[in-house]
Design a protein around this ligand. Structure first.
Ligand code: FAD
Ligand code: NAP
Length: 323
């Protein structure tokens, strides 16, 4: 067990965490990134990434994250293979965090970049066919189903937005919902029902994702929630859109969050209500949820962290006024 002292502790190693690290390291803040259970974050569980600027051709998610990590290390970031299990934000800077390893982190500023995880149905075939027809992100993967038949599972805003987005690529989109009314906002519902490219299957749950001979998704086995009858639906792509869960358990009772668990920040900034504690990426963003937006927020958090540290070097009164 060791104690690590840093000007900036970055919790999370997705695009937000690594970008914060690149900026913080170049500002000589000697940041520490605690990588968590999923080093590299959500993009490490996908294959083709085609919308991250800077690459003309498709790049692989795990490769892209390795590159970001290498860049962060190259400029002076310390990577820790640890998971933060508790944080003490009371009393202001310096803050204290403890890792699963037993190591202690004392930090003048903290950037929370713990991300969010798409919720999955947890039925057979779903994980096995990830990247082979099953996805949780239409903005990311919809393009690969141009002119093909796709389904979206869910009835909230995300599902409806995913279905509408997919009509840019496909004329045959089926929304599958477990009830007979949507949870999504009325305006989105109106758009959905007006689209000639989208049909809805009510009162159905997916029991199974089934592969064809080529090993990619061939059809869904559905169960009617009213009658219990099963049926099949042939699709090339299925998008599970039943919500995202931000990784904020650690901060319950310590930082303000919305009903869905996303951390509250001052609008347009990564600042939480505690001076010196910042949140960036999917952990605070239920709207955009993209690698590039997460990276942008990571940059903002590092820059604001740097400014906050400069105020600490001023007199306490000046520091308070600057906040
Ligand atoms: P994440 O990538 O979620 O990273 C969170 C990090 O926090 C992880 O490293 C995790 O280990 C760490 N962590 C969590 N808890 C702790 C803890 N207690 N202690 C320490 N570390 C912790 N976006 C695109 O722009 N293009 C795409 O093509 C694309 N494809 C996608 C495909 C899939 C299958 C998925 C699921 C998402 C995809 N996305 C895509 C969305 C994109 O991955 C996310 O928007 C982005 O990764 C969010 O970055 P983040 O840094 O906020 O968090
Ligand atoms: P959500 O509102 O929680 O909706 C999840 C949907 O998935 C619900 O329709 C739910 O069904 C269904 N579902 C959940 N578990 C399921 C399961 N195991 N099997 C089948 N269906 C299941 O999630 P979300 O749509 O991702 O939205 C999350 C938050 O982000 C919301 O606050 C939303 O308003 C916000 N958001 C906003 C925008 C926007 O403003 N444009 C866009 C996206 C998201 P039931 O309805 O039966 O519960």
């Amino acid at each position: 067990m060791a104690t690590h002292r840093t000007k900036m502790l970055i919790i999370g190693s997705g695009p937000a965490g690594y970008s914060a690290a690149i900026y913080a390291a170049r500002a000589m803040l000697e940041p520490i990134v605690v990588q968590g259970l999923q080093p590299g974050g959500q993009l490490t569980i996908t294959t083709d990434v085609e919308n991250y600027p800077g690459y003309r051709d498709v790049v692989q998610g795990p490769w892209l994250m390795e590159e970001m990590k290498a860049q962060a290390e190259h400029v002076g970031t310390r990577m820790m293979y640890d998971i933060i299990t508790s944080v003490d934000l009371e009393g202001g800077s310096p803050f204290r965090a403890v890792g699963d390893s037993g190591d202690e982190y004392i930090a003048d500023t903290i950037v929370i970049a713990t991300g969010a995880q798409a919720k999955w149905l947890g039925v057979p075939g779903e994980q096995e066919l990830g990247g082979k027809g099953v996805s949780a992100c239409a903005t990311c993967d919809g393009f690969f189903y141009r002119g093909r038949k796709v389904a979206v599972i869910g009835g909230g805003n995300t599902a409806v937005e995913e279905a509408l987005y997919l009509t840019n690529h496909s004329d045959d989109v089926t929304l599958i919902h477990r009830r007979d009314e949507l949870r999504a906002e009325k305006i989105l519902q109106d758009r959905l029902f007006k689209s000639p490219k989208i049909s809805t299957l009510w009162n159905k749950t997916v029991e199974n994702f089934v592969a064809g001979e080529d090993g990619s998704l061939h059809h869904l086995v559905l169960r009617d929630t009213q009658t219990g009858e099963t049926s099949t639906l042939e699709v090339d792509g299925a998008f599970v859109a039943i919500g995202h869960a931000p990784a904020t358990e650690l901060f319950k009772g310590k930082l303000a969050m919305d009903d869905a668990g996303y951390l509250d920040v001052e609008p347009g900034t990564p600042k939480t209500a505690i001076p010196g504690v910042f949140a960036a990426g999917d952990v605070t963003d239920h709207v955009y949820r993209q690698a590039v937006t997460a990276a942008g927020m990571g940059c903002m958090a590092a820059l604001d962290g740097e400014r906050y540290l400069a105020t600490l070097e001023d007199t306490p009164a000046e520091a308070e006024a600057a906040e």
